[in-house]
Design a protein around this ligand. Structure first.
Ligand SMILES: Cc1cc2nc3c(=O)[nH]c(=O)nc-3n(C[C@H](O)[C@H](O)[C@H](O)COP(=O)(O)OP(=O)(O)OC[C@H]3O[C@@H](n4cnc5c(N)ncnc54)[C@H](O)[C@@H]3O)c2cc1C
Length: 321
């Protein structure tokens, strides 16, 4: 019987991507149900250089798979994961929902008859069976998926959905012997996308976001100044970005940025659509200000104010200017 959980580390340019540790957290709640062992596999030449970054609680074993290239290669990763999974027989394989996994995960699942889902943001178990949650119908509702009859399930998990573990630990390590066949692709160069010159919302610890309740473009400057006086970065919901009132880089949510490092999120005039929540509902302290007491944003808020965002802004300006 398939047992245990295998997490595939994602790395780029010699740096472990933060989503890897989020996958480790995602797996913790399933340990009893799917077996006790959690293994993290690092694929690529020189993978042991990531061991220190993977020194966190919750990992039982690090497995290093040496390949010709230190960077991602779809054919190589597909074959390497398939070979390791054939040896380990895990009940669950977790990969990041990323541009990398889009290049190999579906093919891997089909080849080995795994259960499969992408863009998963919730993991649970019911009656001893794995349940994965993802969006459905254009993200208008949440869909809970089970995978009856599948010994192994491969899930691509949305970055920013789980908090990385904090405690340090020293997992056991081993190498997995793997001979890569010739790949159909070759890494030629790594090119950083041109900078938009704007701040990176994924790194901000304090965000004040405005939604359609802001009314019109002329009101944006006022909230920009308020954010500055509070020491926050100004974010927004999609209608505000779509109207061109703030750059797209400020949009929080499913088709925008995830407030991944945010500790305090003030949502003003934002209803709390599921797509917006996808980018901020994990934040520890959410303060919501909305005139509608039934607005969904209050379901994720630690502190809620049923009131007019302009009046609250007046008060905050008085207190903090
Ligand atoms: C595929 C897809 C992807 C999407 N991706 C994103 C995304 O990444 N991010 C995102 O945000 N949305 C996204 N959306 C859009 C999303 O569905 C909602 O339409 C959007 O989040 C609504 O933005 P809002 O809350 O600002 O506006 P509304 O839903 O119109 O809400 C405005 C809120 O302001 C309140 N309000 C009005 N006046 C005041 C006032 N004076 N004071 C206080 N409160 C007031 C109202 O009560 C209301 O709750 C996506 C949609 C789809 C289909």
């Amino acid at each position: 019987m398939a047992q245990g959980i295998l997490v595939i580390a994602e790395h780029r340019q010699q740096a472990l991507r933060p989503v890897t540790l989020e996958l480790v957290s995602a797996a913790q709640g399933l340990r009893g149900t799917l077996g006790d062992k959690l293994t993290v596999a690092v694929i690529g030449h020189g993978g042991r250089s990531h061991a220190a970054a993977l020194g966190v609680a919750g990992i039982d074993e690090l497995v290093f798979i040496d390949t010709p290239d230190s960077e991602f290669d779809a054919d190589t990763w597909e074959a390497a994961i398939g070979a390791l999974a054939a040896q380990m027989q895990p009940a669950l394989i977790l990969v990041a929902h990323s541009v990398d996994s889009m290049a190999y995960a579906a093919a891997l699942a089909v080849k080995h008859d795994y259960g499969f889902a992408t863009d998963v943001f919730g993991l649970d178990s019911a009656d001893g069976a794995l349940v994965a949650t993802r969006g459905g119908y254009g993200q208008k509702l949440n869909v809970e998926l089970e995978f009856p009859g599948r010994a192994t399930v491969l899930l691509a998990v949305r970055p920013g959905s789980f908090k990385p573990p904090q405690a340090a630990a020293q997992p056991a390590t081993r190498d997995f012997a793997f001979t890569a066949k010739a790949s159909r692709t070759k890494n030629v160069a790594y090119i950083e996308p041109a900078s938009t010159g704007d701040i990176d919302m994924t790194t901000r610890e304090f965000i004040l976001s405005v939604g359609r309740g802001v009314g019109e473009q002329d009101n944006i400057d006022r909230f920009r100044e308020l954010a500055e006086s509070l020491g926050a970065s100004l974010g927004c919901s999609r209608p505000v970005a779509d109207s061109g009132w703030l750059p797209k880089s400020r949009q929080i949510g499913q088709s925008g940025k995830t407030a991944a490092q945010c500790k305090l999120y003030i949502a003003m005039g934002i209803s709390g659509a599921i797509q917006h929540l996808a980018g901020m509902k994990h934040v520890e302290t959410v303060v919501a200000i909305n005139t509608d007491p039934n607005a969904s944003i209050f379901t994720v808020a630690r502190y809620g104010v049923v009131g007019d965002m302009f009046e609250i802004a007046d008060e905050l300006e008085k207190q903090f200017s």
